[in-house]
Design a binder for this molecule. Structure first.
Ligand SMILES: *Cc1c(COP(=O)(O)O)cnc(C)c1O
Length: 359
């Protein structure tokens, strides 16, 4: 019996990329594939994003895994490089690098390379995580222009801190600061993550960097992918492995955290935090069996979760499929029940889960 399974819908993935292009028709697309393509499987996801112009990842190892998988599109390293010895590897593999700090600039200036690298200068416009200060822009730009190790075409990037909140004026401030700073130089601009693509058209620029929305999930507070005509790519399922009666006040599971005040039926399903399901999912977090919703009760364990299925009027049986999230049950809703964000739930899928790619 196939237990914890992540079904990955590649047609939905392609649809979501097309939807990115409908939101930002004049921008090139750098598809963000970090963290195993948000838990969806790095290489297979990349293989089905033919219409993307480039890929972006956080770490060099992720980029090398894409090359080992036969992917040939340009790859942007969103944190850049960490050691001078990385630079020839970047050049040999057609990786483009962020420059976000003077340490990186100095390493780039002092290395011997056979050809110049394609660089993205990252400017901190208000996220205060990575990026050079706005007042350092001219200095960095000129030194990159002067370095034989950087291509003359120096791309410019910034990252939004609050784009998922349409009422927050911070994003407009970030766009304005970036535009004012960079208007003199004729170079490619890249500002928007998924939330920027969906909610802030003035920040679309020459390139966009969608991550979450490619997987059919909404980055916006209190929305699901469907609100933006996106289709969830992952359906996480497992099976019922036991159906049992419990008497009133029998304490169920670790710590005896839950009991029913009347006799009821429990379904035990084979999936837990060892598969990446959030242990903090609260009582009542929904799952779907045969089209009906049930709520989880008791503690989420490593391998199992219990559901209260009442008098079992819909005749749940051992072997029935259980949908933990997917098109029928938005992962955004499960994230809310677990006090987290959908990004974390998707990335947390563990290697024990089997992947099934479908069209
Ligand atoms: C992860 C990341 C993205 C993608 O963000 P989403 O919200 O998933 O679209 C874009 N840019 C940078 C710098 C990132 O780190």
């Amino acid at each position: 019996m196939r237990l914890a399974t992540a079904e990955i819908n590649l047609t939905a993935l392609e649809h979501n990329l097309a939807q990115v292009k409908r939101f930002a028709p004049n921008s090139k697309v750098m598809a963000v594939l970090k963290a195993n393509a948000y838990g969806h499987g790095l290489v297979t996801i990349a293989q089905h994003l033919n219409e993307a112009d480039a890929f972006a990842v956080a770490r060099i190892d992720e980029a090398l895994a894409l090359r080992a998988g036969g992917l040939t599109k340009p790859i942007v390293l969103l944190e850049g490089f960490f050691h001078q010895e990385d630079l020839p590897i970047l050049l040999a593999n057609n990786f483009q690098t962020i420059i976000h700090d003077e340490i990186q600039l100095k390493m780039l200036e002092s290395v011997q390379l056979d050809a110049p690298l394609n660089c993205w200068l990252k400017i901190n416009t208000g996220m205060h995580r990575l990026g050079i200060a706005p007042e350092q822009f001219d200095m960095f730009y000129q030194r990159l222009q002067a370095s034989p190790n950087a291509q003359n075409k120096i791309n410019l990037m910034t990252h939004f801190a609050c784009a998922d909140d349409v009422k927050n004026t911070k994003t407009v401030q970030q766009i304005t600061l970036f535009d004012n700073l960079t208007q003199e130089v004729q170079q490619a601009h890249c500002l928007s993550n998924s939330a920027g693509i969906i909610a802030w058209p003035s920040g679309h620029g020459d390139w966009v960097r969608p991550g979450l929305m490619l997987y059919g999930v909404s980055p916006m507070a209190n929305h699901t992918g469907k609100d933006h005509q996106l289709k969830p790519v992952m359906r996480l399922t497992t099976k019922v492995i036991a159906v049992r009666d419990v008497r009133a006040h029998e304490k169920v599971g670790y710590g005896g955290r839950w009991q029913s005040d009347k006799p009821t039926v429990l379904a035990v399903v084979a999936l837990g935090y060892g598969d990446g399901y959030p242990r903090h999912a609260k009582e009542g977090t929904p799952v779907i069996i045969n089209g009906h919703r049930y709520g989880i009760v008791g503690s989420v364990a490593m391998d199992m979760i219990t559901l209260d299925i009442g008098n079992n009027e819909h005749n749940v049986q051992v072997g029935d499929e259980v949908i933990m999230w997917g098109p029928e049950l938005p992962v955004e809703e499960i994230a809310q029940c677990a006090d987290t964000i959908s990004y974390e739930l998707l990335c947390n899928i563990t290697p024990r889960v089997s992947y099934e790619y479908q069209r």
